[in-house]
Design a protein around this ligand. Structure first.
Ligand SMILES: Nc1nc2c(c(=O)[nH]1)N[C@H]1C(S)=C(S)[C@@H](COP(=O)(O)OP(=O)(O)OC[C@H]3O[C@@H](n4cnc5c(=O)[nH]c(N)nc54)[C@H](O)[C@@H]3O)O[C@H]1N2
Ligand SMILES: Nc1nc2c(c(=O)[nH]1)N[C@H]1C(S)=C(S)[C@@H](COP(=O)(O)OP(=O)(O)OC[C@H]3O[C@@H](n4cnc5c(=O)[nH]c(N)nc54)[C@H](O)[C@@H]3O)O[C@H]1N2
Ligand code: SF4
Ligand SMILES: [Mo]
Length: 761
C-alpha cells in the first residue's frame, strides 16, 4: 500500500474520539482470516464495510493485515460517513470500537443449548436441530401466536421476519415504537402521513434540537457535520432544549435547560406568538393543513407568560425563540426524539413540536424537515424467483387486549405489557434477534417472564440478561463479518437517494455465523428451505439491487452509489398521505386515535398535559423529590458497547473520572441536590423509587438541571457489561410506566438518592 493511502486510513476520528484499535490487536485475539484475505496474507490491504453500531451504516474502509482487521476509517463522500460529495469520511469512536468488539474475548463464539437446566456449548448441527425440534413442539402445543418476536437493529432482520412471521406464523412483534420512538413517530405519521422525518440540518438557518442531542447521538457522521456546516456557512442559529448540558448545548447559540416534560407547553406558547404576530406560512396553512382552527384555539391562552411558569423558561426568551424560528422558516426545523419520546406525556409534547413545523410551513422543504424517502425501489428477490411466500401470521388469534386502550386501538403489545401477557399465558415463547430488552423497560418483571417462558431463542454476540436465560443461543456475526446493504433517503445528500453495500471483510470469529446462515439453516431444518434459496445474503442483495440496474459486487467495491434525485415539497403533487390529504393539526380524523381518545378522555387536539400520576406520567413528591432518566452519550450505544473497554474508558475520561475501580455508569447530579444529601463525586449512592432501588456512583455536575438526574443506559443488572457493572435504571421501571397513546416505555422516574454506607444506611 502506498504511503499516501496508509496515511489516508489514519485520519479517522471525529469529535475528538480516541483511537481504540491497537490495544485490541495486541490482545492477541486473531480472526481466522477469510479465503479472500488469506490470499494476500502478507500484505496490508483496504476493503469496504459498513458500521452498524448505531444502525446508521457509515461506510468504512477497513485495513486488513494477515486477514485480520487492524484499522478503520470512514469512506470519503459516503452519505452517512461524510458531510456530502467530496468531503472527508470519518467514523465516530463507537465505530472505531468495532475492532475491539469483533475480537473481544467476551464474545459468544459458539452455539449453546440448555440441558438439565444449564446452558452448554453445542455444535451447529445439534443446536439447529434442537431449536427446530423445540419450535415445532411449541407450535403444536401452543400455536405460533404464543411466540413473541423481538428485534433490535439486526443486519439480517428481514430473514428473521421471513422465518418467524411469514413461515412460522408468529403475529406479534414488540417493535421500536414502544422502546425508541413511538410518541415521536406516531404523532408525525398521523400529522404528516409518513413514518419518519429527518432534519435537513445542512441547509437550515434555524435548528432546534428539542430533546435531541445530535452532536452526540447522531445517526451517521452527516448529522453533526451538517449542523456544523450550517452554523459556519449559513450562519444558522442552533437552539438546544435539554435539561442536560450536552455537546449539542455546548455549541448552541441558546441552551434552554427546560423543566422536564413541559416541552409541549413551550411549543404551544411559541405557536401563540407565531399566530398572534401572523408569522405563519399563510399559503401552507390555507391550502395544505387541516385543523388549524383547533390549533388557533389551543394556543389562544397559551401565552409566553403562561408557559414561563410551567417550563422555567423566561417569557422573553420564548418570544425570541418563536420569532427567530418563524422568520427563518421555511429554513427552520424543530426536531424532537428520545428526550420527548421517553416521557409519559410524550405524544402530546411531540404533537405540539411537530405542529410548529406545520405552522411555519417547513415541511419537506429545504432546511426544514425532510421526508425520509429514497425515491427508488429495489427488486423483490422472491418475485424474481417466482417464490410465493405464505403469510402464516395473518388471521392468527391475538391476545385479549383488555389492559390498555392503546393495545386495542393503536398497536399490539407494548414492551412493558409483555410480562403480564406471559403471566396470562398469552405469550409463552420468545425469539430474539440482536436486542437487549432487559434494559428497555420493566426489567425485573421481564427477567421473570423469560424464566417462565417455555422457549427462548436468541442471536447475540455477548452474554446478556436474555442470552443467559435462553434455551438456545446462536452466536451472531458482527458487521465486519457479514454482507451488508442499506438504502436511504436520509443522509448527507439531502436531495438524493443512495445505496451502500459491503461484503463480509473477515471470516466470522470462532464458530459465529451470519444472520442469513442462521435463519436459512433453521428454515431448512423446519422444512422451509425453498424460501431460502440464496447461497448467502450477498446473493439476495444482488437480486434486490438488480431492480436499479446495479450489482452487489460493484456497489460493495465502491461502498456507495447515489441513485436518485429526491425533490423537496413532494406534497405539492402527491398531497399528504393522511385522512384529509393535508398536514393535520387536529387528529380527530385519525380513527385509531379518536377511538383511544374517546375511551381515555385524551384529546386529539393540540394540548399540553402535565404528568398527573394517572395517564401522563408520574409526579415527584416529598418522598421521591427528584426525577431520574437515562439515555446516551457519544461514547456509548444504548446497550451495545458496554462490554468494550475503550468506549467505557472514553466515557469516564470525558467526565474526568478514574475508572480503575468502577466500570459502570455515572449518576449526574446537580450540586444543589448533592450537597444537602452529603453526596460527592465518586460516592456510591443508592437510588430509591416506588418500585425498587439501584446503586450508582455519583458525578456532581452543574451540567444537569437541579431536581433532575441523568445516567447512561445499558449498564448494570442484565447488561452485557463485564460483571454487569453499574446500574440498570429499568430495575425501578414498572408495567404502568407507559406513554398512553403509543405504548412507549416512559423512562422518567421520581426517586430519591442517598449516599451508601453513611448515616446508618
Ligand atoms: N433504559 C433505556 N432503555 C432503552 C433506551 C434508553 O435510552 N434507556 N433506548 C431505547 C432505544 S432508542 C433503542 S433504539 C433501543 C435499542 O435497543 P436494542 O435494539 O436492544 O439495542 P442494544 O441495546 O444496543 O442491544 C443490542 C444487542 O445486540 C448485541 N450485539 C452487539 N453487537 C452484535 C453483533 O455484532 N451481532 C449480534 N448478533 N448481536 C450483537 C448486544 O450484545 C446486545 O445484546 O433501546 C431502547 N431502550
Ligand atoms: N452515541 C450514540 N448515538 C446514537 C445512539 C446511541 O446509542 N449512542 N442510538 C441511536 C438511536 S437508537 C437513537 S433513537 C438516536 C436518539 O437520538 P437523540 O434523541 O438525539 O438521543 P439522546 O442523546 O437520548 O437525546 C435526548 C436528549 O433529551 C434530553 N431530555 C431528557 N428529558 C428531557 C425532557 O423532558 N425535555 C427535553 N427537552 N429534553 C429531555 C436528554 O438529556 C438527552 O440529551 O440516537 C442514535 N444515535
Ligand atoms: S455514527 Fe458512529 S456508530 Fe453510527 S454507524 Fe457511524 S461510525 Fe458507526
Ligand atoms: Mo432508538
Amino acid at each position: 500500500m502506498s504511503e499516501e493511502a496508509s496515511n489516508a486510513v489514519r485520519r479517522r476520528t471525529f469529535l475528538g474520539a480516541a483511537a481504540g484499535a491497537l490495544s485490541v490487536a495486541a490482545a492477541g485475539c486473531v480472526g481466522r482470516g477469510s479465503e479472500d484475505a488469506s490470499r494476500s496474507a502478507t500484505e496490508r490491504r483496504t476493503v469496504h464495510s459498513n458500521c452498524w453500531i448505531c444502525r446508521a451504516g457509515c461506510g468504512q474502509a477497513v485495513v486488513l493485515e494477515d486477514g485480520e482487521a487492524v484499522d478503520l476509517t470512514g469512506v470519503d463522500g459516503h452519505p452517512k460517513a461524510s458531510a456530502g460529495p467530496g468531503t472527508e469520511g470519518t467514523l465516530c469512536s463507537k465505530g472505531l470500537a468495532q475492532l475491539e468488539k469483533t475480537y473481544n474475548p467476551n464474545r459468544i463464539t459458539r452455539p449453546y443449548v440448555r440441558e438439565d437446566g444449564d446452558l452448554r456449548a453445542a455444535d451447529w448441527d445439534e443446536a439447529i436441530a434442537y431449536a427446530a425440534e423445540r419450535l415445532e413442539a411449541f407450535r403444536e402445543e401452543h400455536g405460533p401466536e404464543k411466540l413473541l418476536r423481538y428485534q433490535g437493529y439486526p443486519i439480517g432482520g428481514e430473514f428473521h421476519d421471513l422465518l418467524f412471521r411469514e413461515l412460522y406464523g408468529a403475529p406479534i412483534q414488540v417493535g421500536r415504537k414502544t422502546t425508541c420512538h413511538g410518541p415521536f413517530s406516531d404523532s408525525w405519521e398521523w400529522m404528516a402521513g409518513y413514518g419518519r422525518e429527518y432534519p435537513d440540518w445542512r441547509n437550515s438557518e434555524f435548528m432546534i434540537a428539542w430533546g435531541r442531542n445530535p452532536m452526540e447521538s447522531f445517526r451517521g457522521q452527516w448529522e453533526p457535520k451538517g449542523i456544523l456546516e450550517a452554523i459556519e456557512e449559513n450562519d444558522a442559529t442552533l437552539v438546544c432544549i435539554d435539561p442536560r448540558y450536552t455537546k449539542t448545548a455546548e455549541i448552541a447559540d441558546l441552551w434552554i435547560p427546560i423543566e422536564p416534560r413541559t416541552d409541549g407547553a413551550l411549543a404551544l406558547a411559541m405557536g401563540h406568538v407565531i399566530v398572534a404576530e401572523e408569522l405563519y406560512d399563510e399559503e401552507f396553512l390555507e391550502e395544505w393543513t387541516y385543523g388549524f382552527d383547533a390549533y388557533r384555539e389551543a394556543v389562544a391562552e397559551a401565552t409566553p407568560e403562561w408557559a414561563a411558569e410551567i417550563t422555567d423558561v423566561d417569557a422573553e426568551v420564548i418570544r425570541e425563540l418563536a420569532v427567530g424560528f418563524a422568520e427563518a422558516a421555511p429554513r427552520a426545523v424543530a426536531f424532537p426524539w428520545t428526550g420527548l419520546a421517553f416521557q409519559g406525556n410524550g405524544f402530546k409534547n411531540c404533537q405540539n413540536v411537530h405542529a410548529l413545523n406545520g405552522l411555519v410551513g417547513s415541511i419537506d422543504r429545504k432546511g426544514g424537515t425532510r421526508h425520509w424517502q429514497s425515491g427508488f425501489s429495489l427488486a423483490d428477490p422472491f418475485e424474481k424467483r417466482g417464490i410465493d411466500v405464505p403469510a402464516n401470521h395473518e388471521d392468527r388469534p391475538t391476545p385479549d387486549y383488555d389492559d390498555y386502550p392503546y393495545q386495542r386501538h393503536v398497536r399490539d403489545l407494548s414492551h412493558n405489557a409483555v410480562p403480564a401477557a406471559v403471566e396470562r399465558g398469552d405469550i409463552r415463547g420468545f425469539v430474539n434477534n440482536w436486542s437487549a430488552p432487559l434494559k428497555s423497560g420493566n426489567s425485573d418483571a421481564w427477567a421473570d417472564a423469560l424464566e417462565a417462558m417455555e422457549l427462548v431463542i436468541t442471536v447475540d454476540a455477548f452474554w446478556s440478561g436474555v442470552s443467559r436465560r435462553a434455551d438456545v443461543v446462536f452466536p451472531g456475526a458482527s458487521a465486519l463479518e457479514q454482507p451488508f446493504l442499506a438504502t436511504g433517503g436520509d443522509g448527507a445528500y439531502s436531495e438524493s437517494g443512495w445505496v451502500s453495500a459491503s461484503k463480509a471483510v473477515i471470516e466470522p470469529i470462532g464458530d459465529c455465523r451470519t444472520d442469513y446462515e442462521i435463519y436459512k439453516d433453521l428454515a431448512e431444518a423446519m422444512g422451509w428451505g425453498e424460501y431460502f434459496p440464496w447461497e448467502d445474503a450477498a446473493e439476495f442483495y444482488d437480486e434486490q439491487l438488480s431492480g436499479i440496474g446495479l450489482s452487489f459486487d460493484e456497489v460493495a467495491e465502491r461502498s456507495y452509489e447515489i441513485v436518485s434525485d429526491v425533490e423537496y415539497e413532494r406534497w405539492r403533487e402527491d398531497g399528504f398521505d393522511t385522512e384529509t390529504g393535508k398536514f393535520q393539526f387536529d387528529l380527530d380524523v385519525v380513527e385509531e386515535y379518536a377511538a383511544l381518545a374517546e375511551e381515555t378522555g385524551a384529546s386529539t387536539a393540540p394540548e399540553w398535559h402535565p404528568p398527573d400520576d394517572e395517564l401522563y406520567g408520574e409526579t415527584t413528591d416529598e418522598e421521591y423529590p427528584l426525577l431520574l432518566t437515562d439515555g446516551f452519550v457519544q461514547q456509548l450505544s444504548r446497550g451495545h458497547c458496554q462490554a468494550l473497554t475503550e468506549p467505557v474508558a472514553e466515557y469516564h475520561d470525558r467526565y474526568g473520572f478514574g475508572y480503575d475501580d468502577y466500570d459502570g455508569n455515572l449518576l449526574h447530579i446537580n450540586p444543589r441536590d448533592a450537597e444537602p444529601r452529603g453526596i460527592e463525586t465518586g460516592d456510591r449512592v443508592r437510588i430509591t423509587a416506588p418500585d425498587g432501588e439501584l446503586e450508582l456512583v455519583a458525578h456532581v455536575y452543574e451540567g444537569v438541571r437541579p431536581g433532575w438526574l441523568f445516567t447512561v443506559s445499558g449498564f448494570g443488572e442484565y447488561s452485557i457489561a463485564p460483571d454487569q457493572a453499574g446500574g440498570n435504571v429499568m430495575t425501578i421501571n414498572a408495567e404502568r410506566h407507559v406513554e398512553p397513546v403509543s405504548g412507549q416505555v416512559d423512562r422518567n422516574h421520581p426517586v430519591d438518592v442517598t449516599p451508601v454506607g453513611g448515616d446508618g444506611r
